[in-house]
Design a protein around this ligand. Structure first.
Ligand SMILES: Cc1cc2nc3c(=O)[nH]c(=O)nc-3n(C[C@H](O)[C@H](O)[C@H](O)COP(=O)(O)OP(=O)(O)OC[C@H]3O[C@@H](n4cnc5c(N)ncnc54)[C@H](O)[C@@H]3O)c2cc1C
Length: 505
């Protein structure tokens, strides 16, 4: 195990994609075995020293930034141990790109796609990462079949999905050495949104695994994960479709989404039907529906000059196809686009894998360029991550635009429109604009909560958004979350400052 104590040796570990300043730490551990992790944690627990778990630090809310104590980096836990037709077993420090390449080479499919593929699998589990394709396939949680963790007292857990559930509001989890942790679960209802990454998971029957997925390094150090895989789809039909009028774009999304849900329902019924003879005719069933507002298109034109001008917005869609369904599905998408007055001649369609990669690069380039721009302005990005219930989405988008246009700040809005989850990114040019942007951010949070939404749909709470988790849940439920944490981490050493303030512990 490497141990580093000099600031210049750990500089990279003191920040993440949030650019939150001020991180500091006494010691960086780079362990190679889970026993080494257990020893670090036992020692830290005995001396009440904070421990920050560090993945690839692509997180945008400061979760991996230490403010004192030590850092445990999982970078040496980088082995892909097994890949078969049904699942992959990986150590938690495996980089998502490496897993995707290995899975792809076996013609298999691992859908979670949190845009930034340099993250570690452990980080994606700790944040329940999701992304564009979550619209059809769901967030990381859905793919976690088993996890191994080290608890703050050094005990090892090996949890399989479906084996341990909560009962009457409590859960009992047995470590490999037979020690039992009994924890009371929070009693809040999760918001009625398609994606949520705000606070601990809670359901009437909570699977033990789900407590740790999305726990942002506050309950245990994840060391190994078994992830569900499926067969790689034969192909994808994809398009980036431009619209002059935003109302047309929104109507198109509504209808594409409605048809996709109907198709999925029919497919599920057909699968459940014992007589599998009932073939379902190929119909629109989007894997992703991503949005770019007018400003995003102007912004992205710097990197992709072929982007057409004077457009009101664009939608990126993908759908699984094969040689038999490709033409029929193309016709159906085309009809729907014509109906909603899309600029079809200016739009881009493909079924080729190389063009699809370019389309994904187009999508990825946007958050990356936004980050570069704010860093150039010596500012921090103010980016929203809220999601609201279906019926409130259109009014929430109007609210964003009205307030942002009134503010005269530079902004782009893009993201996961299929899940009612857009990122409004404000790009302040100076301190005064940063103050206005933060004020606006608070207004957006208040509006999302008022509409029954979540303050974080995918990036998590980390250190940047704990005050908003408080606004969403209030004192009582934050105390319940803290009670759950104390059951696993009585001295509050792990991920200190993530999710809630130390005052709750
Ligand atoms: C350009 C860009 C686009 C992005 N787009 C998306 C997106 O579409 N969807 C999305 O969900 N996210 C997105 N993200 C955020 C980020 O990529 C994800 O949150 C990612 O899952 C974080 O993984 P990481 O390894 O970098 O974790 P880190 O940033 O290192 O850590 C994140 C949190 O997880 C904890 N943690 C990390 N590893 C472990 C472990 N082994 N055990 C216990 N706790 C651990 C840390 O303590 C921290 O609290 C984006 C980021 C960038 C920069």
């Amino acid at each position: 195990m490497q141990v580093k104590t000099q600031r210049d040796e750990m500089e990279n570990y003191l920040t993440d994609a949030s650019n939150l300043p001020g991180g500091f730490s006494d010691k960086l551990y780079i362990p190679e075995t889970r026993t080494e992790i257990a020893d670090i944690l036992k020692e830290a627990n005995a001396q009440k020293i904070p421990v920050t778990v560090s993945g690839a630090r692509t997180g945008t809310v400061g979760g991996a930034i230490p403010f004192g104590g030590c850092i445990v980096s999982l970078e040496k836990f980088n082995r892909i141990k097994e890949i078969n037709d049904k699942f992959a077993v990986v150590e938690s420090g495996v980089i998502l790109t490496d897993l995707q390449k290995a899975v792809e080479a076996k013609k298999l499919f691992y859908p979670p796609d949190p845009t930034e593929w340099s993250c570690q699998i452990g980080g994606t589990v700790a944040t329940n990462a999701s992304g564009a394709r979550s619209f059809k396939y769901g967030a990381t949680r859905k793919f976690v079949r088993r996890i191994e963790l080290v608890l703050p007292n050094g005990d090892f857990l090996n949890l399989k999905r479906g084996e341990v559930f909560s009962k009457d509001g409590f859960i009992e989890i047995t470590a490999e050495n037979g020690n039992v942790t009994k924890a009371k679960l929070p009693t809040y209802d999760l918001p009625n949104v398609r994606k949520n990454a705000a606070g601990y998971f809670s359901a009437a029957m909570t699977d033990a695994i789900d407590l740790f997925v999305g726990s942002e390094g506050t309950l245990g150090v994840i060391t190994e994960i078994e992830l569900g895989l499926s067969k790689k789809p034969a192909g994808f039909l994809s398009g980036i479709i431009f619209f002059k009028v935003e109302k047309d774009l929104l109507n198109f999304v509504d209808e594409a989404r409605r048809i996709s849900f109907e198709t999925r329902k029919l497919n599920a019924e057909s699968l459940a039907n014992a007589n599998r003879q009932t073939a379902v005719a190929p119909t629109i069933d989007a894997a992703l529906l991503e949005y770019f507002d007018e400003n995003s298109l102007k912004f992205i034109k710097e990197k992709f000059p072929e982007t057409p001008e004077n457009m009101g917005g664009a939608i990126f869609f993908e759908q699984e196809t094969d040689a038999e369904t490709e033409d029929e599905l193309f016709e159906q998408w085309n009809d729907l686009l014509e109906k909603h007055h899309a600029e079809i001649d200016a739009s881009w369609f493909t079924t080729s894998e190389s063009d699809l990669i370019k389309m994904r690069e187009f999508r990825h380039a946007l958050p990356v360029s936004v980050n570069e721009k704010v860093v150039k302005n010596k500012q921090r990005k103010i980016g929203t991550d809220m999601a609201v219930p279906d019926e409130c989405f259109a009014s929430f988008l109007r609210f964003y635009k009205q307030k942002l246009n009134e503010s005269n700040l530079d902004y782009v809005i893009f993201g996961h429109i299929g899940d009612n989850h857009l990122h409004a990114n404000i790009l302040p040019k100076n301190e005064a604009e940063a103050v206005t942007a933060k004020h606006l951010y608070g207004r957006f949070i208040a509006q999302a909560i008022m509409l029954g939404g979540t303050v974080s749909a995918e990036h998590g709470i980390g250190k940047l958004k704990s005050k908003y988790l408080y606004v969403q849940h209030g004192e009582r439920y934050l105390n319940e979350m803290a009670e759950l944490k104390r059951a696993f981490d009585p001295h509050g050493i792990l991920g200190r400052g993530n999710m809630f303030d130390a005052k709750f512990l």
